[in-house]
Design a protein around this ligand. Structure first.
Ligand code: BGC
Length: 738
């Protein structure tokens, strides 16, 4: 398991059983590209991977459907569709440009050859660099030190750089360096790509590749490799799909040689890729340019927690993964459930994006948040077609969104189709973005159009039952209960969206008015203040009866249980209303609901931990809140769900920032003020971080005795601190005793 520290997460020895999971954890990237922590000399199956945002095509998806009981067989899987199912959209693995191999006196350094005498590998979160230091002995007893380093540039999305220092420790043997591009990559185990043209000349290689037939996207990748410290001529040694050249020299014992490889990668989704682009500068220059940008992004995302190294490191590591998951420069694609760290979930955009991932970007990188919403805007046309095809008005967004926005959810899996809350989630994302950034231009130019289409969908989707509107036959956020009526999360959020859209419409002089539906839309609530997750929920069994028992379900369902007869849930639904949606439903009792639903939640979706941390903090259960924060930040380091190798849980990791911001620091940005209700962890000496509110930077520090908010804003900001209104004057600070 990786060892956490304040700036690095370290793998202290090479363990083959951890290689695949650590490959996801050690991803370097810039939101445009994600390069898994595979080894330069090549690893084994499941590991090599470099994904470009939005470069999708079709793969044959080999399914492993499971049904532990008759109910699941009937309601989760459409057997007929399953028989027909074959192709699925997926991000496609680009060529392997990491390829950099060293042979010492004819023996190539691989983890499985010779002897590894020492090993240290780490991700440095402060500079987005993956470092590997290895002392290796070949079978002849020649010992060589390697120090690998690489990063993906934040200054130029298309630049990826590698550097290796090689030092012969006890020998002066021949060293051969081999570098270039391996085009034999696979996606989901299949060869999808074809080389349109490829060439090798001197120390350079270029591959122009077709990424699949369905969309016909192409990529162009050019590598330039230089050797410093020795004179050597580069000779083409390409063979069998590998475009490479090699240079050989006789090394001097104790002397350090350096190899630098600078790579330019782009796709036809943004430019012509048919010609090589040669990077002329040295690694150090690219690194400096990268750092100038990365530092800004990192610092704004950073949260420092003094007095608690575990939390401090974990949140920083989680933040690292968040900032490399989102494209900062365009809207070609949006933020995926596993970022760009693996192939599982195909790089689709889910509801995770607007509800879980956007909140951090809205506060620390508003431009990236806007790009994510513009991706939805670009999919509006398809969303309208989706609604029409289903017999409704307006727009219906895909639950799993790919290149164009048509529904890509696995068509034989019945229940996700019912997760129409996606249509309220996207509306919420727009409203949340506008509330925190104050970007009314976006609202006017794009947001309103989407909101109106979404509300038109809801107008046609609600049904009048005994004088009130209800939303029937849905799956809420909790996937253990498909086909329910009046899911709480959906009904509460839809009402809010209808009201807010009506309010916005008025300010633009538009006559779209959804208040009649909003008013009559049923808001589930029991007399005692508990919110039933859906109609009939409290009548279900409070335990989980087991049936079937293939145990093939793994983390998705903890048991072979009859979930539909039970109140046991997979992930929060009602508790999202309080935590991520920041609502305070009238007459409902927060503490009562939290106490109830926490016990019913199985947390077999990682999307449970951060909302739980917030709810526990809000309700004064600090130890619980803290433990949930640790699970949020360490979900993949501890491999809690045993599937980290497939890619990290981005929607969960991003919650580490939000749990500190919203849960412990207690901040909610409203349209006209910032609400603050802190919840302290007794052993935290100081928490400090910054966030953006309406174009201004607000810096926060929380110590056991004081809470300080400082702004660079030109305007006064209202702060409601523990219920009391205060003024945060222009370019000043307020400091409140705790
Ligand atoms: C969760 C969904 C989520 C998806 C992608 C599923 O296991 O139940 O809520 O959208 O994973 O993260």
């Amino acid at each position: 398991m990786l060892k956490p520290s304040v700036t690095k997460f370290v793998e202290e020895s090479y363990r083959i059983e951890e290689e695949a999971a650590n490959s996801a954890l050690f991803t370097t990237g810039n939101g445009y590209i994600g390069v898994r922590g595979s080894f330069e000399e090549y690893g084994s199956i499941r590991i090599q991977g470099a994904y470009i945002r939005g470069v999708f095509d079709e793969i044959i998806e080999v399914m492993e459907p499971f049904a532990d009981n008759e109910y699941m067989k009937k309601y989760y899987i459409d057997e007929e569709k399953l028989r027909n199912f074959e192709y699925q959209d997926s991000v496609i693995n680009n060529v392997d440009f990491l390829l950099l191999r060293f042979s010492i006196d004819g023996e190539t350094f691989y983890t499985w050859e010779g002897k590894i005498l020492s090993w240290e590998r780490y991700i440095d979160m402060t500079n987005e660099t993956l470092v590997r230091k290895v002392r290796w002995e070949n079978t002849k007893g020649d010992v060589t030190d390697f120090e690998f380093e690489r990063f993906s540039s934040f200054a130029n999305d298309h630049v990826y750089c590698l550097k290796v220092k090689v030092t012969p420790v006890n020998h002066s043997k021949k060293i051969e360096v081999m570098s270039g591009i391996d085009t034999r990559v696979k996606t989901g185990g299949q060869k999808i790509t074809t080389v349109i043209s490829g060439k090798v000349w001197e120390n350079k290689a270029f591959a122009h590749v077709n990424m699949g037939k369905k969309y016909g996207f192409e990529t162009g990748t050019t590598t330039v490799t230089n050797l410093y410290g020795a004179e050597a001529a580069w000779k083409d040694n390409s063979e069998n799909g590998v475009l490479s050249s090699a240079a050989e020299f006789t090394a001097e014992q104790g002397k350090t040689y350096e190899v630098e490889k600078c790579v330019y990668i782009s796709s036809s989704r943004e430019e012509d890729v048919s010609q090589p682009v040669i990077l002329e500068k040295r690694y150090a220059e690219y690194f400096d340019e990268h750092m100038a940008e990365y530092k800004k992004v990192f610092e704004l995302a950073d949260i420092a927690i003094e007095g608690d190294e575990l939390a401090d490191s974990g949140v920083r590591f989680a933040n690292y993964h968040s900032i490399i998951s989102a494209s900062r420069n365009d809207s070609v694609h949006s933020i995926a459930a596993k970022g760009l760290t693996g192939e599982r979930y195909n790089d689709f955009v889910w509801w995770d994006c607007e509800i879980y991932q956007l909140p951090i970007f809205i506060h620390i990188a508003p431009e990236a948040a806007k790009h994510a919403l513009m991706y939805r805007y670009n999919c509006l046309k398809k969303a309208k077609e989706n609604a029409k095809a289903a017999g409704f008005s307006g727009a219906k967004y895909a639950f799993c969104s790919s290149v164009e926005g048509d529904e890509r959810v696995w068509e034989y899996a019945r229940h996700p189709f019912m997760q129409i809350h996606i249509n309220a989630d996207i509306a919420w994302g727009i409203i949340n973005y506008v509330t925190v950034t104050g970007d009314k231009e976006f609202l006017k130019d794009y947001g309103m159009e989407m909101l109106v289409e979404l509300c038109e969908y809801w107008r046609s989707r609600v049904e009048e039952v005994n004088g009130r509107y209800e939303i029937l036959r849905v799956t809420g956020t909790d996937e253990h209960h498909p086909y329910v009526n009046n899911d709480a999360y959906t009904n509460y959020l839809v009402k809010y969206v209808l009201e807010k859209t009506t309010e916005y419409a008025k300010t633009f002089g538009m006559d779209n008015d959804y208040s009649d539906i909003a008013e009559k839309l049923y808001q589930p609530l029991d007399k005692c203040g508990l919110i039933p997750q859906f109609d009939g929920y409290f009548g279900l069994s409070r335990t989980l009866e087991e049936a079937g028992g293939s145990a093939a379900t793994g983390f998705q369902m903890k048991k072979s249980g009859l979930y539909h007869k039970s109140q046991v849930i997979k992930q929060p639904d009602v508790m999202l209303i309080y935590s991520y949606l920041n609502m305070k439903p009238e007459n409902a009792n927060y503490a009562l609901n939290w106490d109830y639903y926490e016990k019913m939640c199985e947390s077999s979706s990682s999307l449970s931990f951060a909302p739980h941390s917030i709810c526990a903090a809000d309700n004064g259960r600090i130890l619980s809140a803290y433990n949930y924060l640790i699970e949020t930040a360490y979900i993949d380091v501890y491999d809690i769900h045993k599937c980290s190798w497939q890619g990290v849980h981005s929607g969960c990791l991003v919650g580490a920032w939000y749990a500190v911001f919203r849960g412990f620091a207690g901040i909610v940005c409203r349209e006209d003020c910032i609400e603050v209700n802190p919840h302290q962890v007794p052993w935290w000496d100081k928490v400090s971080f910054s966030f953006m509110y309406k174009g201004s930077k607000i810096s926060v520090t929380m110590t056991p005795c004081e809470y300080t908010l400082k702004t660079d804003s030109e305007e006064e900001i209202d702060v409601i601190f523990k219920g009391e209104r205060k003024s945060l004057c222009a370019k000043s600070e307020i400091c409140e005793a705790l």
